[in-house]
Write a protein that binds this ligand. Structure first.
Ligand SMILES: C[S@@+](CC[C@H](N)C(=O)[O-])C[C@H]1O[C@@H](n2cnc3c(N)ncnc32)[C@H](O)[C@@H]1O
Length: 271
């Protein structure tokens, strides 16, 4: 029988056996291979427009609170312009990390092009072992990065570099919905890199273990009925996507047990 085509470079079980150095090498190779153009932020750009773009992003930035004057760690930023956005929003210092040397170089160039190089440092390092002092950060942000990590080790390391009272906000895929998991591993996604490495969508159990490193942790599932229109529209924000997302927000609020089957979760922590 023909085997189903897979998007994975390594099976989820084999990925679990890899040492940190092997994981980092694989992830760096994958991220290095899909460079993006340098982001140039338009005059008049407002951070609030970015934060309000989706309900889950609003939730993350409400939890983080004001960015002005803060020292922010942007974990696994990849090719995303978030370090530049945080600097433009008034952060005193943004430290952007990733394991991809090319993404790190890209952050440095993006900072220069947008006139915020004095406030951004880009550091190539794994989240599980970071070259930062204890209590160095006020805020930590990460989108789609926790599910690439050795999560328990990363939790301990993040708690170490967060000052007491510091906050962290993450958003990552959940892996309880088996149909969705099969689609992720086998269907082509127009907006994603063709190859998946060490990443494994999260489970509530793994998150609860991660949360033990912090004073508090809260999760909230997002995206359920909107799964199909989001896929079919190739993640464009069509009316159907926006309407189903609104229905999802209400449904998941009213029936929280469904949140574990959602597409992704926000993970909000405080040290
Ligand atoms: C799905 S991408 C998300 C990138 C970006 N945050 C975004 O929202 O577009 C995951 C990122 O995590 C990085 N990554 C993988 N393993 C990592 C690790 N152990 N420590 C830090 N970053 C890692 C990858 O290189 C990649 O840039």
């Amino acid at each position: 029988m023909r085997r189903l085509r897979t998007n994975r470079v390594v099976s989820k079980d084999d990925a679990k056996e890899l040492a940190l150095a092997e994981r980092v090498e694989m992830e760096a190779r994958i991220t290095d291979s899909f460079a993006r153009p340098l982001p140039v932020v338009a005059p008049g750009w407002q951070f609030e427009d970015y934060a309000n773009h989706n309900p889950w992003r609003r939730e993350m930035f409400d939890h983080l609170g004001p960015l002005e004057g803060k020292t922010i760690l942007d974990l696994g930023c990849g090719w995303h312009p978030t370090p530049v956005y945080f600097a433009l929003a008034g952060a005193a210092r943004v430290v952007a990390t990733d394991v991809s040397p090319k993404a790190i170089e890209h952050v440095e160039q993006a900072a220069a092009v947008n006139g915020v190089a004095d406030r951004i440092e880009a550091v190539c390092c794994p989240a599980e072992d970071m070259p930062f002092a204890d209590d160095e950060f006020d805020l930590v942000h990460g989108e789609a990065v926790l599910h690439h990590l050795q999560l328990d080790d990363a939790g301990v390391e993040l708690a170490r570099v967060m000052r007491p009272g510091a906050r962290g906000a993450f958003k990552d895929p959940l892996g309880h919905n088996k149909v969705l998991e099969a689609a992720r591993d086998h269907l082509p996604y127009a907006w994603k890199h063709a190859h998946k490495g060490t990443d494994e969508p999260l489970t509530i159990d793994r998150l609860e273990q991660f949360g033990r490193s912090f004073r508090l942790m809260r999760t909230r599932g997002h995206g359920l009925l909107s799964l199909v229109p989001t896929y079919l529209s190739r993640r464009r924000r069509t009316t159907v996507v926006e309407v189903t997302e609104k229905v999802d927000e209400q449904l998941l609020e009213k029936v929280p047990v469904l949140q574990r089957y959602a597409r992704f979760t926000t993970v909000l922590v405080a040290a």
